[in-house]
Design a protein around this ligand. Structure first.
Ligand SMILES: Nc1ncnc2c1ncn2[C@@H]1O[C@H](COP(=O)(O)OP(=O)(O)OP(=O)(O)O)[C@@H](O)[C@H]1O
Length: 272
């Protein structure tokens, strides 16, 4: 089996407080294989985003990663990278779509300039080449290259979100982290975007770490799913098992708390 794209070992993260520390991520370990769509689910506040930020090394104080934690990407521990190494690590190896990504585009720059900024910062690329690459990336997410001249406010929310995803794919990262990437969008647009991501990861071969509290959406798109409860990873299983025969009592409770489209609840099969 080929080496994992991401290997997290004994990850412990505290939020350091004046009075006492809060242990937000508790000894979490999991791997993501090349090309795998891995979902991380759990109620609000269970530590999902804290993990996502740590993997991208975007965590800031008061978040403190404890000694002994490992986040291995491409054979290197992300926690050991210096500033110069981090610059090439982000975007090239790991790119992250945030919860409010569609509002993260710069309002005073055209879409073309936003692509150019990222491409120019990381590669030796001419304006012409960047335009061609940006057009190609827009097509990947089903947006006409005519949009290169638009400003963010001229694009719908779903379109802006797809533009952010296209920018994230600009440097062919091995891992795309998506933290509640579609929460602000309507259900149909959410689904379209996730289906598009799925097609792209199969075509381009990147892996996905997808974070949401919406377990129903997650089982439809993920290969494997990790369930978090109060900072701990309590179950990791393939999506079908999580759906049909969840093993951990908390996973069962999560399903029970989740309304289905027509009001009935998903009843997981009783586990033996
Ligand atoms: N800057 C901070 N200072 C102190 N505690 C924090 C900070 N950021 C997050 N926390 C706490 O750490 C815990 C984990 O938060 P995190 O945002 O990772 O959860 P989450 O599972 O991603 O939640 P959500 O789905 O609401 O985004 C929560 O209890 C949160 O209140």
């Amino acid at each position: 089996m080929s080496a994992p794209v991401l290997s997290i070992r004994n990850l412990n993260i505290d939020y350091v407080g004046a009075e006492k520390n809060f242990h937000a991520v508790k000894d979490v370990s999991f791997d993501i294989a090349p090309g795998e769509f891995f979902g991380l689910a759990g109620e609000s506040g269970c530590g999902k985003s804290t993990i996502a930020f740590a993997v991208s090394r975007l965590h800031r104080p008061p978040a403190l990663i404890r000694t002994g934690s490992e986040i291995i990407v491409g054979g290197r521990d992300v926690l050991d990278l210096d500033t110069a190494e981090l610059r090439s690590f982000r975007w090239r190896e790991v790119a992250m779509v945030f919860q409010s990504a569609m509002n993260s585009l710069n309002p005073v720059l055209t879409i073309e300039d936003q692509f150019y900024d990222v491409l120019r910062a990381h590669t030796k690329i001419s304006r012409e080449e960047a335009r061609a690459r940006a057009a190609e990336l827009l097509k990947l997410v089903d947006i006409s290259p005519d949009r290169l001249k638009s400003y963010p406010h001229q694009c719908s929310g779903g379109m802006r979100q797809r533009i952010v995803i296209a920018i994230c794919l600009a440097l062919n990262p091995k891992l795309l982290i998506m933290d509640e990437p579609t929460t602000a969008l309507d259900v149909v647009v959410q689904r379209e975007i996730l289906q598009r991501i799925d097609v792209l990861r199969k075509r381009l071969g990147f892996s996905v770490l997808f974070i949401t509290h919406d377990l129903g959406l997650m089982v439809q798109v993920s290969d494997r799913i990790g369930i978090m409860l109060q900072g701990e990873l309590v179950e990791v299983n393939d999506a079908a098992t999580i759906y049909k025969s969840p093993q951990h009592p908390y996973t069962k409770r999560l399903w029970a708390s989740m309304p289905r489209l027509h009001g009935e609840q998903i009843k997981p099969e009783a586990s033996s």
